[in-house]
Design a protein around this ligand. Structure first.
Ligand code: PGA
Length: 243
């Protein structure tokens, strides 16, 4: 497991150019002094506003196609040219509101890899699936269906985000996170042929400055994907500090 934790801020559909500039500058300053891998993922239209901040950037989604008649979509190459090194794919909000299937997420991740971006491939069960005891099966299917073939060490990241923990203030127990990360590492190593030590699995869902330290200390947690708390400079900087 890598020692350097990865901290990704998913701004979702929030922000103005002014807010983006000041938040990116504050986060970049803090990240530079600490040495973690910190990535901010603003909406695509705000990438220009954060372009001068010396910090890694990511998109929140990309097209499953390379180019062409796909009105409203943004390609992985366009994100790369706008200064991104990462892109989130398969976030549960995309799976839920845009009907994205594992096959579509895999095509998006493949486009990202081809464009030189690191896809952050999100998986996670719903509350009903966990209550039915199906969480490991559901997540294994998502991992097997969403990771493109031929990926190598460092060319993709997985993020475990239980749907019921996103934006709710609820988180799984530390033991549940440990068990699911171990499961995801087992499945993804089997699917990709990589060693578990070559794969990074982030945790996401209601990560805040108050719980980041203990979550980041769990075996198998390579970093965190932060939503709401990444929009508040002080909160996000505290998470970077504990990492
Ligand atoms: P949250 O969102 O931190 O606000 O729960 C996480 C995410 O959706 O990536």
């Amino acid at each position: 497991m890598q020692a350097r934790k990865i901290i990704i801020g998913n701004w979702k559909m929030n922000g103005t150019p002014e807010m983006a500039r000041s938040l990116a500058a504050a986060v970049a300053k803090r990240a530079a002094s600490l040495g973690s891998e910190v990535v901010i993922c603003p909406p695509a239209t705000l990438l220009h506003a954060v372009s001068d901040a010396p910090i890694a950037k990511g998109g929140q989604d990309c097209s499953a196609e390379a180019a062409g008649a796909f009105t409203g979509d943004v390609s992985a190459t366009m994100l790369k040219e706008a200064g991104c090194d990462y892109v989130i794919v398969g976030h549960s909000e995309r799976r839920q509101h845009h009907g994205e299937t594992d096959a579509r997420v895999r095509a998006k991740a493949a486009q990202a890899v081809a464009a030189g971006l690191v896809p952050v491939i999100c998986v996670g069960e719903t509350l009903a699936e966990r209550e039915a005891g199906r969480e490991e099966q559901v997540v294994a299917t998502q991992v097997a269906g969403s990771v493109p073939p031929g990926v190598g060490e460092g060319s993709f990241i997985l993020a475990y985000e239980p749907v019921w923990a996103i934006g709710t203030g609820k988180t799984p127990t530390n033991e549940d996170i440990r068990a699911m990360h171990a499961h995801i590492l087992t499945v993804s190593a089997r699917e990709t042929g990589l060693a578990q030590s070559q794969i990074s699995v982030l945790y996401g869902g209601s990560v805040k400055s108050g719980n980041a330290k203990e979550i980041l200390a769990i075996n198998g947690v390579a970093g965190v994907l932060v939503g709401g708390a990444s929009l508040v400079a002080e909160e996000f900087c505290k998470i970077i500090e504990v990492a």
